[in-house]
Design a protein around this ligand. Structure first.
Ligand code: GLU
Ligand code: ZN
Length: 447
């Protein structure tokens, strides 16, 4: 393995939704690249879209990362040399630097009203033209600009995309990607209330935080030429940039709720082990050698390289995740498995709430080997073991009647079995099995 300089990478989620497997796969790959190169993994929260903030999303992001063992070297709660790491706490930076862009002639104030912009969009749609800002305010005369600035009409700051030419960048995984500048409209950098947009805040912070590699999902490719132009206009050095392949469902459509759970903490609720989900997600877009499926975290850190990242969409196969989870469950020692299933049994009311007594732990520890080979998810422990925890059971009597036997004959057989068990001299596997086998042959029934 070629020696790599320590990378500074970032995971930059927006708390506008619960973190889903696509977000977390991005976090994992960035984390791995930091750990593989001995660099830093920075967590930066892009919370500038105030209208779309989702209560609880911020907490869910941190909790998802912690659950999967993705520790961050800089970010909320741990701080770091570039604190604060929430964009909402860095607000003065963005207008200051946008002013710089305006001075350089690479950005300008736009005074268009929402009504004008809406009418423009309508016109463009009716004419079947691509929608986008028409650069009206880019062409204002100095005097008009002066007048508007003094009139205190609300304004936004827009980036002035070069009117001709092309913008290219080299994607780490895909090679050169080129956009015609004519296809890019002048995007907003600062909103009228002074808050930055993603397109500006993300570039400013990647620069200020000295990020060496911007690694994110394919859905951001179309934003990248805008970022490249901003870096150039500011005279900033471009980080390396790579886009991970999309994650699709088995039907090759974009992964969504229709394909089952997509937010990561739901996988915890469903009884998946974090090490299994980690292993599974690592293989969505990266592979060690096209065949190794089971990789410990240490192994992945050792062998993770950007050359192993693909460009073809990765397919999310829930059956494979279940298989992998079952595999990881079988590798746990009984103490550990008991520890992992206990919260599920507690939630189902089979075990009392914490703390469990030593006796309870011992009991549970003896039970879990009986299900270890069979369960694929920790939640299944509830249905497979509940009879160990209840003194009365309820079931449909019809379920007890085997094929070829009447209910009456079934009852007789069960009554005889009960008598046999009650009078058994010892209550261990060998004795009971012998007694019941004898009874079966006496009654002429299959064991
Ligand atoms: N805040 C963006 C997101 O929600 C970050 C995209 C990027 O990594 O640049 O994913
Ligand atoms: Zn305008």
């Amino acid at each position: 393995m070629r020696e790599q300089a320590p990378a500074r990478v970032r995971f930059a989620p927006s708390p506008t939704g619960l973190p889903h497997v696509g977000n977390i796969r991005t976090a994992i790959f960035n984390w791995l690249w930091a750990r593989h190169t001995g660099g830093q993994f920075v967590l930066r929260v892009e919370d500038t879209d105030r209208a779309r903030l989702l209560p609880g999303a911020y907490e869910a992001i941190l909790e998802s990362l912690r659950w999967l063992g993705l520790d961050w070297d800089e970010g909320p709660e741990v701080g770091g040399p570039h604190a604060p790491y929430l964009q909402s706490e860095r607000l003065p930076l963005y207008p200051q630097l946008a002013e710089d862009l305006i001075q350089r002639g690479a950005a300008y104030r736009c005074y268009c009203t929402p009504e004008r912009l809406e009418a423009l969009r309508e016109q463009q749609r009716a004419a079947r033209q691509p929608t986008g800002y028409d650069r009206h305010c880019r062409r204002l005369s100095g005097a008009e600009r002066q007048r508007l600035a003094e009139s205190r009409v609300p304004s936004v700051v827009r980036f002035a995309i070069p009117e001709a030419g092309k913008t290219s960048f080299v994607d780490l995984f895909r090679g050169e990607i080129t956009f015609d500048n004519a296809t890019l409209d002048d995007h907003v950098l600062l909103k009228s209330d002074g808050w930055p947009t993603y397109q500006w805040a993300s570039v400013v912070d990647d620069h200020l935080m000295r990020i060496t590699h911007v690694l994110r999902g394919e859905e951001w490719i179309s934003s990248t030429p805008r970022h490249v132009l901003e870096y150039r206009a500011m005279g900033w050095e471009l980080p390396r940039i790579g886009h991970f392949p999309l994650i699709l469902g088995k039907d090759r459509t974009k992964l969504s709720k229709r394909h089952g759970a997509t937010d990561v903490l739901t996988y915890r609720e469903l009884g998946y082990l974090p090490e299994a989900l980690f292993n599974f997600l690592v293989l969505l877009g990266w592979s060690k050698d096209d065949k190794t499926e089971i990789l410990s975290c240490e192994e992945v850190i050792r062998s993770f390289d950007l050359g192993g990242v693909g460009v073809n969409p990765a397919i999310f196969d829930p059956d494979k995740l279940d298989w992998m989870n079952g595999y990881y469950i079988r590798q746990l020692d009984p103490d550990e498995l008991a520890r992992r299933v206990a919260p599920f049994l507690q939630r189902a009311g089979l075990l009392p709430a914490d703390p469990l007594s030593a006796d309870r732990w011992e009991y549970l520890r003896r039970i879990v080997p009986l299900i270890q080979e069979r369960i694929k998810r920790l939640t299944e422990a509830v249905e497979y073991t509940d009879f160990f925890f209840r003194s009365t059971m309820e079931y449909e009597s019809a379920l007890l009647v085997p094929k070829g036997l009447t209910p009456l004959a079934t009852r007789e057989a069960l009554t005889a079995a009960h008598r046999r068990l009650a009078s058994s001299p010892a209550f261990d596997e060998q004795t009971l099995e012998g007694a019941l086998r004898d009874l079966a042959s006496e009654l002429g029934l299959k064991t």
